[in-house]
Design a protein around this ligand. Structure first.
Ligand code: PGA
Length: 262
C-alpha cells in the first residue's frame, strides 16, 4: 500500500437487496443534492454507494458529477467464463464502479463463501481496477467462546497473504456478525480493539506500516446516533452502513459525523 500521510475517512452504504433501479436512482439523486447543498461537503469523507447489481447503472447516472463513488456488493474472481448469475470486476467497472464489497458476512455465512474465495476476489478486484472493501468479523458464538482474535487474524491473514503492500489498493471493514442488522452496535472500545488487532495482522502479513496505512471501517448497526462516538476512535476510519444507508437523511448524518471527526 502506498504511504499516505493521513488515512482517508470513508463512509459506504451497503444497500443489500433493497431498491429497484428507479428507486436506487432516486436515493442517489437525494444524496447528491444533500451533498451539493452542504457547505462542508468539500471536506466530506469519501462516500461510496453500493446498490444491488441491477441498479448500478441507473445509480451511476444519478451520481454523475456528485463527487460520490459507486460500489458493488460482490464480484466473481474469474475475469469471464461459464458462471451463470455471476459478474466480473471488469463488468462492474464498465458500469462505473470503483469499489466492491468482498467477503460480507451475509455471503460468508449465508452463501458459504470461504476465506480462500474472499482472497481470490480481493485479487480479482485489484486486477480489474476496483478497490475492495474486505469484510472480516466474528459471530456471537465465536466472541462468546473467546475466539474473536483467532477469527479476525485468520480471515485477515488469508485474505491478504502473499500480496505486496506497495501495489495493493484495499480497505478493511470490521463487521462483527452479531452487530449486523441487530441494532446491537459494538462499543467504540470493542471496535478500536478489533481494528488494532487487524492493523497488527496486516503488519505481519504485508510488512511493517501496512496496518497503519490501511483504512479500516466499522460496520454493524451504525446509525446517526452512534456514529460520532465510533468515529472519535482514531483507529476507526469510517463506516460500512446497511440499514441506515437506505434513507438519505440518516445516511447523510453519518457522513457529516465522519466529516466532523476531522
Ligand atoms: P447494518 O448492516 O448497518 O444494517 O447493521 C451493515 C452491513 O451489513 O454492512
Amino acid at each position: 500500500m502506498k504511504p499516505i500521510a493521513r488515512r482517508p475517512r470513508i463512509v459506504a452504504g451497503n444497500w443489500k437487496m433493497h431498491r429497484t433501479a428507479p428507486e436506487a436512482a432516486a436515493l442517489a439523486r437525494e444524496l447528491a443534492s444533500l451533498r451539493a447543498a452542504d457547505p462542508a461537503s468539500s471536506s466530506a469523507p469519501v462516500v461510496v454507494l453500493c446498490p444491488a447489481a441491477p441498479a448500478l447503472e441507473s445509480a451511476a447516472r444519478a451520481l454523475a458529477g456528485s463527487g460520490m463513488a459507486l460500489g458493488a456488493q460482490n464480484l466473481h474472481s474469474e475475469p469471464q467464463g461459464a458462471y451463470t448469475g455471476e459478474y466480473s470486476g471488469a463488468m462492474l467497472a464498465s458500469v462505473g464502479c470503483r469499489w466492491v464489497i468482498v467477503g460480507h458476512s451475509e455471503r460468508r455465512h449465508g452463501m458459504g463463501e470461504t476465506d480462500a474465495q474472499v482472497a481470490a476476489k480481493l485479487r480479482a478486484a485489484n486486477r480489474d481496477g476496483l478497490v475492495p472493501i474486505v469484510c472480516v468479523g466474528e459471530t456471537l458464538a465465536e466472541r462468546e467462546a473467546n475466539r474473536t482474535e483467532e477469527v479476525l487474524v485468520r480471515q485477515t491473514t488469508t485474505a491478504f497473504h502473499g500480496l505486496g503492500a506497495s501495489d495493493l489498493a484495499a480497505v478493511v471493514a470490521y463487521e462483527p456478525v452479531w452487530a449486523i442488522g441487530t441494532g446491537k452496535v459494538a462499543s467504540p472500545e470493542q471496535a478500536r480493539d478489533a481494528h488494532r488487532l487487524i492493523r497488527g495482522t496486516l503488519d505481519a502479513v504485508l510488512g511493517r506500516g501496512a496496518g497503519e496505512a490501511m483504512p479500516i471501517l466499522y460496520g454493524g448497526s451504525v446509525n446517526p446516533g452512534n456514529a460520532a462516538a465510533l468515529f472519535a476512535e482514531r483507529d476507526v476510519d469510517g463506516a460500512l452502513v446497511g440499514g441506515a444507508s437506505l434513507e438519505a437523511a440518516s445516511f447523510w448524518r453519518i457522513v457529516i459525523a465522519a466529516a466532523s471527526a476531522g
